[in-house]
Structure formats: C-alpha cells, structure tokens
Write a protein that binds this ligand. Structure first.
Ligand code: G3H
Length: 538
C-alpha cells in the first residue's frame, strides 16, 4: 500500500501544463485602492501536490506572497477606518443600488478568472477539480442571491410605519470595519459569505487569506481595486499570529467574521479592549455524529455516510466525524463502508473521478496517524485494507471499529479521512454523546422507523442546529440558516441572515403631526435624504 500511495504523485513531466506552469510571484497587496509594492519579506507558497523525483517526493513552490508586519497591518486598518469615516465615507453613504452595481461589475470580472482560481484551489489545498469548480460556482451564486435578498430588504424598508401616533422608517445601516478571515478548506466561499454581505451593507473590509489558499485571492485583487472606492477593501497577508492581534487590540475592528477553531476565536475576541463593541460572526469546530438505527436502509445510509465523511478528505466543518451504529447492523455497515472506501479513487485533483487527494496541512498526516495509533492501542481495529497508511501528504482513509469513549478520536475533531464507528445498543447512548459533546452544529440520523426517528429528532433539536434525516450534514442550501450551539458557532448565517448580522436596524421616528408630516413629505419628495426615502429597487 505504501508503494501504491507513492505512485499517486506524478513526475514533473506528467503534470498537466496549466498546473505545472502556474507560479504567482505576488510582492504587492491591495491597500487604499492601490496594488502597493511590498519590499519586505515574502512567504513561500508550497503545494501539497508533491512531485516524484529521483530524490523522492519533493514539495513544489507555486508562488510567493507578502509577509506583512504589524506596522503595515495597522496601516491597512487605518485606511479601512478612514474609508468608513464614522459612517460618512463614500461607501457607507452610497445608494444601495450603486453598491449593488459595484458588486455586479466585480462579479463579472471574477467570472473571467474562474479557470485560474480553480487551478489555484487545486494546487494550494489539493481540492479536486470538480469540488474546486463547485466552490467557485456556489460562491458566485451566493453573491447573486445576496443581491436579490438585499433588493427585497430594501423594498420592505422603503415604507413608513405608523403606530401609536408615531411615524417611523426602519432601515439597516452598516457597523464599521469588518475583518474577514476564512478557513483553508473553503478559502473562497467561506471568505466571501462574510465579505460580500458585509460589503454590500456598506461596511469597509479587511481580508486576511487563510494559512493555505493565499494565492487564490491574487486574481481578484485588480477587480477589487477597480470596482470599489479606495480603502473599501484592503488585504492583510502574513502570519496571523503577527498581524491579527494588533488589529484586534486596536479596538477599531467592529465585526469579526472568522471561520476556524473556537480557541483562536476566543483569543482574538479577548484582544479587543471593548469586547461588547465587537460583533462576532463565527463558524467554529464541530463533531457531527451520524446515528444509524436498526431500520436504516444501508444502501442509502452508506452512500450518504461516505460523502459525509470523505468529501474533500473529510476536511469540512460539516463532515460526519463520528458514527454511532446499532449493534444489529454494525457488521453490515462497516463491511459496506470498507467496500465504499476501496472503490474510491485516490490521486491528484485534476484526475477524473478522484476523491482522496493530498492534504494541505503538512502536520495533518502525522496527527491522523496518532489518532489511529491511539485507537489501536485501546482496542479498535482498522477494518479497511490499507486504512491509515500515509505517504507524503496523502493519508488513506481509516475506518476504525469499535471506537470507545477512551479513545482520542471519540472526542477530537479529526478534520481528515478517519472514520470512527461506535456500536450502540440503546438510542440513549448516542443522544447522551451529543448532550455531553462540546459541539453542537448538526447531526444525521439514518432509519425508516418513524417512531424512533421522531424521538431522535425531538431529543436532538435542543442540542444541535440542524438534524438531517437519511442525509449527510451540510451547510447548503444557502437560504437555510447555518449556525451552531456550544463551541460550534456564534451567529447565524444564511443569505438573508448574513445581511442582518453585518448591519444594525436604525429608526427615524416622528410624532404624527401636520408639521412633521410636511417635513417628512418634503424630504421624500425632494429626495433630500438617502435614509428617509420611499425609493425602492426592482
Ligand atoms: O466547512 C464548512 C463548509 O461551509 C461546508 O459546506 O457543508 O456545503 O460542504 P458544505
């Protein structure tokens, strides 16, 4: 098996030309409407797609990006603060229709860079071509859906409400400077699901690319520069531990949009001198369970569980990360899962039909091996042939059974291709697991017995935020709320919720009197205010 995995890595000559020739020398960053030259240190961007050579497997450098320091990060922050200008800047006071126009122009430019960005996603994070294209396309769809939701919001805010002798108009206003930090597994989509709603609501933005998935932003910098006023979007590159704490400690960040671990989120929030003035929109850790009851249709269950645990090598916050399977069906379940894993294609992201690809975090294969070794020591087996074998950046999926509460993999979020299976006799056992868990994002339940399914749903609805029946866990569709309890999230995201979370409701009110009516009518008729207005978009 070791040798076979090694053979997955190509020799240089066998790498398709559009991948082998890709190299981005980025010695500039976007600040104050300019692509400013950075003459400080650069960071090497290495691809997890190792290359086979006479010396063994070697890393390939695919580009360089700026390593900003504290001073330059703080300067970018000051530029964002200035562009917001206490809510009186060009962008926060612009008509919504004009902001939408900028976003549409930007999106058209972004669409022209689809091929380049999807190649970079494959090279930087090892995402398969199919999944990279899906990530790009769902991001674009999210932008269009956001525009439609904003138009709807604008229409419903364009009327006056008269109640208890008070005339009021209620609209949403921006919050200030938003720091957007997406994760490496969905560097484009997850960054844009905070960046776009924050932007369109009139905030100014600082974007910090994740640790992996840095170069994917480079093809977009020119469009950001061209279609938004100077300072509305600024980029921060470099080591997060160096550049982010000073930004938070300044107290000038108004909203933190962050996807990552709760530990980092807590640390970042703690840097802020006035935490009550910081709004946080956080997507955090999760350990979503699958619960398989005796009546489950195993064909369907295994199909969903395979996708739920191994899409993008299990590197999804919504991935199924622990499997509670009733003892009466567990043997059948693990046999089918083993067969399912065997049928998966491993290889480079551009290969047709590939599922298992190299992992971007260099330390991840060793970490996963540690989880497997710990489980083996405590009595579990790897039940699929070759499971847990690693070479270079590839880790072959390991199906672990039987997993017990004493093993690390029972509680730790593996975020990779390790599938722990826990047998149970009574439905109270998985329910108790979820109750005791530090996480509360989603769960999947598999079965046909509606009495038991209903009992499970009713027990889980106050523990997690989405229960999927005979379906894997997932974020989409984007109109659904995406959130979590406990350590799994702060705030709810969906296309509509995100517009709300990056803004605040403001009321302009007046006692209903003839003179106030005249004043309001005059302002509306003469179009004297952007806020007091009955104009709406179609
Ligand atoms: O990693 C978190 C992503 O938002 C997951 O999205 O569930 O649609 O794959 P997904």
């Amino acid at each position: 098996m070791k040798l076979n995995i090694e053979k997955l890595f190509p020799v240089e000559q066998n790498i398709p030309e559009q991948y082998s020739s890709k190299y981005i020398q980025q010695n500039y960053y976007l600040i104050d409407g300019k692509l400013r030259l950075w003459d400080g240190p650069l960071q090497n961007v290495l691809s997890p797609l190792l290359v086979s050579s006479p010396e063994g497997l070697v890393s390939k450098k695919i580009g360089e990006a700026p390593l900003l320091d504290e001073t330059s990060a703080l300067e970018a922050l000051d530029v964002s603060v200035r562009a917001y200008s206490n809510g009186r800047g060009i962008w926060p006071t612009m008509l919504v229709a004009e902001r939408i126009r900028s976003i549409k122009l930007f999106t058209s430019a972004m669409l022209k860079r689809r091929d380049e960005i999807t190649i970079l996603l494959q090279l930087e994070i090892g995402k398969s071509l199919l999944e990279a294209e899906r990530e790009f396309d769902r991001t674009v769809q999210y932008i269009y859906d956001t525009i439609e939701a904003l138009k709807e919001l604008d229409r419903s805010s364009s009327r006056f409400i008269i109640q208890q002798g008070i005339i009021g108009q209620i609209r949403r206003a921006p919050l200030g400077v938003v720091l957007c930090m997406g994760p490496y597994n969905f560097p484009l989509y997850e960054t844009f699901t905070t960046l776009i709603p924050a932007l369109v609501m009139g905030n100014t933005i600082l974007v910090k690319p994740p640790r992996f998935g840095i170069l994917i932003f480079q093809p977009l910098l020119e469009a950001f520069r061209e279609y938004f006023p100077p300072g509305v979007i600024n980029t921060i590159y470099g080591d997060g531990e160096v550049v982010i704490p000073p930004l938070m400690a300044s107290g000038k960040i108004d909203v933190l949009g962050f996807v990552g671990t709760h530990r980092v989120a807590d640390a970042l929030r703690a840097f802020h001198p006035r935490p009550h003035r910081l709004r946080c929109v956080l997507g955090l850790d999760a350990k979503n369970p699958a619960i398989v009851i005796p009546s489950a249709d195993l064909d369907l269950t295994v199909k969903e569980c395979m996708q739920g645990s191994l899409s993008f090598n299990g590197q999804r916050c919504t991935a199924l990360k622990i499997f509670f399977v009733h003892r009466s069906v567990v043997d059948d379940f693990i046999q089918r899962m083993s067969a399912g894993i065997k049928a998966l294609k491993c290889g480079m992201p551009w290969e047709k039909g590939v599922t298992i690809t190299p992992l971007p975090e260099p330390e991840k294969p060793v970490y996963l091996e540690g989880l497997v070794d710990d489980a083996l020591r405590l009595g579990a087996d790897v039940v699929n042939k070759g499971g847990g074998v690693r070479k270079g950046t590839v880790f072959y999926p390991a199906l672990l059974y039987p997993v017990t509460p004493y093993m690390r993999v029972y509680a730790e979020e593996q975020f990779g291709p390790v599938i722990p299976v826990v047998p149970f006799d009574d439905i109270s056992e998985p329910i108790e697991y979820v109750v005791q868990s530090n996480y509360g994002q989603q769960a999947s339940i598999f079965g046909q017995d509606t009495d038991m399914l209903a009992q499970l749903v009713d027990s889980l609805v106050n523990q997690v935020c989405r229960i999927n029946i005979n379906s894997q866990c997932q974020r989409g569709p984007d109109s659904f709320p995406f959130n979590g309890r406990k350590n799994s999230a702060d705030g709810t995201q969906s296309v509509v919720d995100a517009l709300r979370i990056f803004s605040i409701r403001i009321v302009v009110a007046a006692r209903e009197s003839d003179s106030n009516r005249e004043i309001i009518n005059d302002i509306v008729k003469e179009r004297k205010s952007h806020f007091i207005s009955t104009d709406y978009m179609l």
